[in-house]
Design a protein around this ligand. Structure first.
Ligand SMILES: N[C@@H](CCC(=O)N[C@@H](CS)C(=O)NCC(=O)O)C(=O)O
Length: 336
């Protein structure tokens, strides 16, 4: 193993792990992808500060966890090829879309994974095989059943319930339709090279391809999306960044329908509830109630977006885009 090699403990079934792996591949950071299997559990636990993947282990046994901070840290050491559009406005939108992917698109990904028996069986079988690559059928079936018993009740952690099911499913359907239109004739979200947003969003949608219901939706209707997912598995820059003027016709609808109408109002209500010390919160999204337990991590993500916007000089053009897409208010709100 080269001296400077990193190890990524991850899983094909972890959208955040797939995101970090694509990033390492794009940056040509020497690494080994090490699937977290059951027989490596002790090895993983020795390093894990959080019981979460991805975990990146450095050559000197430094441990990195949490996909967004991992990418931020590695950006300092591996600045090329650049990860964000040169325009400050587009760079901000890319970060906003990455947060939307991590904090919101993860909901439909997770919801479709465990909601319907057809999906939960397919995913738990695949997960069991990934965890026990040499296991016999009986052991794998037993593990798959245990995974379903453990994961189905966790749907409520991401807010998936009878009450919210329609909002979550409609959101993914809208995203796929709009994303497909945006990717028609375009290699990546911001032009001819991948940006941070591509890594976040493609990780979540890659995992949607493992679930029969969402796989059918994507493969049946949106070849542009599967082509993009294929590109994102080992991304290569093939051109430059586009300008807002050419991106706007198809990127604006994603920002408006998804980020401005769902993700940010949800995130703002969550952040208020976290601040108030509440365990649960409810918010109206598109006229329908959405109730879930508070998520501290998402509140932190929103605060980071707000701070970054507040510190930006000459943010007039960005504010106009955010205003037009219904994203501005939660990002400048001072009321909590
Ligand atoms: N915010 C974290 C989230 C990581 C995360 O949620 N990882 C999931 C898999 S995608 C996990 O490890 N769940 C517990 C498990 O698989 O045991 C990140 O961006 O890395």
């Amino acid at each position: 193993m080269p001296e400077t090699q990193y190890i990524i403990y991850g899983s094909e079934y972890s959208p955040f792990s797939v995101k970090v792996r694509s990033y390492f591949r794009y940056k040509k950071i020497p690494h080994e992808w090490r699937p977290r299997t059951l027989d490596r559990q002790a090895e993983f636990q020795k390093y894990a500060k959080l019981p979460l993947i991805p975990l990146v282990l450095g050559p000197g046994e430094e441990v990195f966890q949490d996909s967004t901070p991992i990418i931020e840290k590695f950006e300092r050491k591996f600045p090329e090829p650049v990860l964000q559009p040169s325009s400050p406005e587009l760079s901000y939108l890319s970060t906003l879309l990455e947060d939307y992917a991590d904090e919101w698109v993860n909901k439909p990904m997770f919801h479709y994974r465990w909601w319907r028996p057809e999906d939960s069986h397919a995913v738990s079988d695949g997960l069991a095989r990934a965890l026990m690559p040499n296991g016999d059928k009986a052991s794998m079936d037993k593990l798959a059943a245990q995974l379903r018993t453990r994961m189905v009740p966790r749907l409520r952690f991401v807010g998936s319930s009878e009450q919210t099911k329609d909002i979550i499913e409609t959101s993914l359907a809208n995203l796929l339709k709009l994303l497909c239109a945006h990717l028609r004739g375009r290699a990546f979200l911001f032009g001819g090279r991948p940006a941070l947003a591509d890594f976040g969003l493609s990780g979540q949608i890659y995992c949607c391809l493992q679930q029969p219901t969402t796989e059918k939706m994507i493969r049946g209707q949106y070849p542009e999306i599967t082509d993009w997912i294929d590109r994102m598995l080992d991304p290569q820059a093939i051109g430059g960044w586009e300008e807002w003027a050419t991106l706007a016709p198809t990127l604006e609808p994603i920002l408006k329908t998804e980020v401005g109408a769902l993700y940010l109002p949800w995130s703002e209500a969550n952040a208020k509830a976290v601040l108030a010390g509440a365990e649960e919160f409810s918010v109206e999204l598109g006229g329908q109630p959405f109730t879930q337990q508070t998520a501290k991590y998402s509140a932190k993500a929103l605060q980071t977006l707000k701070t970054r916007l507040g510190r930006m000089e000459n943010r007039g053009v960005l504010e106009e885009i955010l205003l037009k897409t219904g994203c501005l208010q939660p990002l400048v709100s001072q009321t909590w």
